[in-house]
Design a protein around this ligand. Structure first.
Ligand SMILES: [Fe+2]
Length: 252
């Protein structure tokens, strides 16, 4: 199974960088569309838009609609759950009776679990209700491997100024313990940090995708790459396990 992961597009309309952010996303989708083989899915790990506005979501959705593979989205701290839900409701995978944007995708050989780690502030949170809901999602199927997606990394990030991206270390540790104990999670994929990070959660590959928005991306990139968005292609193979390739969009 092949999963393209994009993150932190921060689509905005009324700022000097607006066109560039839209172009960064469009270039990424065009690059994914040209991959052979085509990824089975595209997962956007949140901060789709910058101000939670409906018109920003409309622009993001219009660009994402060009994707040849199905797109699944997560909520980041900059997203507005109501506007996000309204924008992507027609795709049918967001549970309408749940306060959070948290769901499982079951139609592939690998289960995809999308977590809602958003809180009122910039950092992540995971309340008992979300924890119970996640435990139910994990327990609902007992044979397939699982890839978990969460906007805020539920693991310590050694690169960058802050190692913990949750409001409380205790909450992050409750979440990571649940993930680790399931025994079937093959990778945890996040965003939020806007830089490329490869880590592990007690033996489980744990990675952070850089922001698609090139002007908001951290890390050292050579001059010819500074205006080229970068995203990840994850491959899950029954024999070779989990691997991640970094793609530079617009290189072709
Ligand atoms: Fe972000």
């Amino acid at each position: 199974m092949i999963i393209a992961q994009i993150s932190d597009t921060h689509i905005a309309l009324d700022i000097p960088d607006a066109d560039r952010r839209a172009t960064d996303l469009a270039l990424s989708i065009a690059d994914i569309n040209a991959l052979d083989p085509l990824p089975d899915v595209i997962v956007h790990t949140g901060d789709i838009v910058h101000n939670g506005r409906q018109d920003e979501y409309a622009q993001a959705a219009a660009i994402l609609a060009n994707a040849r593979a199905p797109v699944y989205v997560l909520a980041g701290n900059k997203d507005n759950r109501t506007a996000l839900r309204e924008t992507f409701a027609a795709d049918g995978y967001l549970a309408p009776n749940l306060d959070f944007i948290q769901y499982a995708i079951e139609r592939y050989p690998v289960r995809l679990l999308a977590l809602d780690t958003s809180s009122v502030g910039n950092k992540g949170d995971f309340c008992p209700e979300r924890l119970r809901h996640l435990a139910g999602l994990v327990a609902a199927e007992a044979t397939k491997p699982i890839v978990v997606f969460a906007h805020h990394p539920p693991f310590v990030v050694s690169e960058g100024p802050e190692p913990v991206h949750f409001e409380s270390l205790e909450v992050m540790s409750e979440l990571s313990t649940l993930l680790r104990r399931s025994g079937r999670i093959v990778a945890v994929c996040s965003g939020h940090v806007h830089r490329s990070v490869s880590s592990e959660l007690e033996g489980i590959p744990a990675i952070v995708a850089p922001s698609i928005a090139t002007a908001l991306r951290y890390g050292s990139y050579p001059p010819h790459m500074r205006q080229k968005p970068t995203y990840y292609v994850h491959r899950i193979d029954p024999v070779r396990g989990f691997s991640t390739e970094t793609r530079v969009a617009g290189d072709a």
